[in-house]
Design a protein around this ligand. Structure first.
Ligand code: UDP
Length: 236
């Protein structure tokens, strides 16, 4: 498999990734499998930061008749539930972690402090960023791009249900073509659904490459890190 190409990575896990097949709530077998993969990467000496989504519990747009900002705060709280789940699973495997939240809840987790986060990473701790960016109208993809820039992560690993970026939805069109490589410009111009456009622009402007890959295949986090062509690489 080779050696890891990156020393410090940002892993973006959607809430859906933690939900297993039913798409809702938390599947602990799935969470433990993801944690095992993270542990393998940490054991290789790679510094791992993670941003978790919340879509398996609540998304801002789910609250159709609600005030949007309130609904988004509920989404941010959902990411905290997922972050604590991942933390618990990793720590039971002996991986030391810290959760840092963008909205203060000091009894539960540390507040986000960039320099502290970097120090934890240098000490080999996995840092899980929760509550997104702390701002409504944003997504956890944007939070992942923002935190990646702040902690100087070399790459964002975007774990998805699908094994890369296609020219059309492979679940609908069996002739859909997968891209091995794409530029941020192409993603924005073709309106490809990789990340939302705010997150994509942030990565483009700060030159942070993204590897889009499927999490379902065991060992894929390590493969992506070692430069195997398992998904789609998006860069400038
Ligand atoms: N959210 C937000 N600001 C942020 C990040 C997230 O308001 O910076 C809210 C938003 O409502 C979003 C929800 O939290 O729908 C859950 O995050 P997201 O939808 O990105 O999770 P994922 O799709 O990755 O599971």
């Amino acid at each position: 498999m080779g050696n890891p190409k990156y020393k410090r990575i940002m892993l973006k896990l959607s809430g859906e990734a933690l939900a297993g097949t039913n798409g809702f709530g938390i599947d602990f077998d799935v969470v433990n499998r993801i944690s095992q993969e993270i542990k393998e990467v940490v054991d290789l000496g790679v510094q791992v930061a993670a941003v978790v989504g919340g879509g398996n519990i609540w998304r801002g747009r789910d609250g159709r008749s609600m005030d949007r900002t309130t609904s988004d705060y509920m989404g941010m709280l959902a990411t905290c539930i997922n972050a604590l789940t991942l933390q618990d699973s990793l720590e039971r495997m002996g991986v030391i972690t810290r959760v840092q939240t963008a909205i203060e809840m000091r009894e539960i987790a540390e507040p986000f402090i960039r320099r502290k986060a970097v120090r934890h990473l240098e000490k080999g701790r996995v840092v899980i960023f929760a509550a997104g960016s702390g701002n409504p109208y944003f997504s956890t993809d944007t939070a992942a791009a923002l935190r990646a820039a702040e902690i100087e992560a070399e790459v964002i690993l975007l774990a998805k249900k699908v094994d890369g970026v296609y020219d059309s939805d492979p679940r609908i069109n069996k002739d859909a073509k997968k891209f091995d490589k794409l530029s941020f410009y192409e993603v924005l111009e073709k309106d490809l659904k990789v990340m939302d456009s705010t997150a994509t622009s942030l990565c483009k402007d700060n030159d942070i490459p993204i590897i889009v890959f499927a999490l379902d295949e065991p060992g894929n986090i390590k493969r992506a890190l070692c430069g195997e062509n398992i998904g789609t690489l998006v860069g400038n």
